[in-house]
Design a protein around this ligand. Sequence first.
Ligand code: HEM
Length: 443
Amino acid sequence: MRRSLAADASAAGPLAFTFGCWYTWTAVGVAFPLLGLVLIPVAGLLAQGAYEAFPVLAATHVATLAWGTMTIMGASMQMAPALLGARIRGERTVPWQYALFTLSVLGIVAGFAIGDLAFVIAGAAGVNVASWWFLALIASAVTSTGLKRAILSPQLPVAFGCYVLVLLWGAALAANLRWGMWPAALSGHRGVVVHLTLGLGGWFGLMVVGTFYRLVPLLHGARVASRSRGWTILWAGVFAIAAALVGVTLGVSWMLRTAAILAAAAFLFFGWEVVHVLSHRRSGAPDLNVSHWYVVVAYSTVLAGLAAAWGLGWFATVRPEQLGACVVVLFLLGWVTQTILGQLYKVTPFLMWYYRATIPDVMAISRQTALYSPWLGRVVLWLSNGGVIALVIGLWEHAALVAQAGAGSFAAAACLLAYLLAYRWVPAAVRRSLVFEWRWRIS
Ligand code: HEM
């Protein structure tokens, strides 16, 4: 195994760092292990029910902005040339955009960690500007492809729209916490519910579904069962988001319950589609992408069950905050994180294949199945999911030690993944057995 991986590395040519990689590398090499490590003390707070304590908010935004959003930004920039056949216009501005986004996220996280909202507000301004900049770059790449833009999944533009809204709303929430100019937004967790609906449901939820439809059938050489199912998921998601926003603004409980039932339907349809594509894939070789998608199906089923049960009023005796915290952990550290992990193993070799196939040394493309299924990746899979399950049990049972053990397992998975994908090249580069190269390009 070790010899074959070494052979792959030497056949892969120089190790190139491009703009798109900066984001992915920061997300995988810095944000994800940091998330695991901050989760250990935060798990104790969560188990005690302190869901909105400042350290918890710091951890939440490492997960959402630094881990999830940075991965999406890196993937969009790296994948656009391969999937759209378009270059990112204005790519020379990307290092500045990266610097502004990264420093601003740091400002938000540090501000929450030390409890100083001035930092959070300054960071919010920077994150908004850097994100509009990113969206403008992607939009110009898409429009430059003319008719080909139809190959974008319809969920993706809606996800981008929700992203703009969640950032603006996040900035407003931070300003409200600092100056208290709109107390009604804070009462009954209204402001947070709007923020979660747009950020988790709209931005991450629809982004994952759209990415699945665009990418996974292509990676596995299988067709989706029907394109109309993708539209059903989109409409169920959009109506769920709209019903949740109206329900929470007007304080209408049946609308919130309808939103939960629509979200449950979207999860079930999505899980069904994922199973269809995976069961029709061409190759039966071991593939971590497939394992992670099956885990996503399991999370989809559990989340659908919880949403439907709440919508039907079966959790009448449970505190909504406690149930909400468990759902956020299952969604963010389970559903979203497992999707990202699965794509990382597949997309990087896929892109390598795509770019190398455009140059004459096609023979250098690795045919090793181990490329998609490194054994350390299996350890990451089990540790991360075991961690999430223990964390949720700890939250549900108010058992701080169980929650912290879960966070510890998740942190170990995050550090292993960082070693596997972000740092394993370092010893070879230090020994000079791997040629190291900077490329001033997206791809
Ligand atoms: C400009 C960027 C952002 C800012 C300034 C911001 C700000 C805030 C603030 C002030 C709160 C606490 C609200 C309260 O307790 O009343 C909060 C909570 C939260 N935010 Fe954000 N947010 C941003 C982006 C995001 C994004 C993109 C997501 C998800 C994709 C997200 C997910 C969350 C979650 C899950 C919570 C609840 C955390 C908890 O209760 O422990 N945020 N955010």
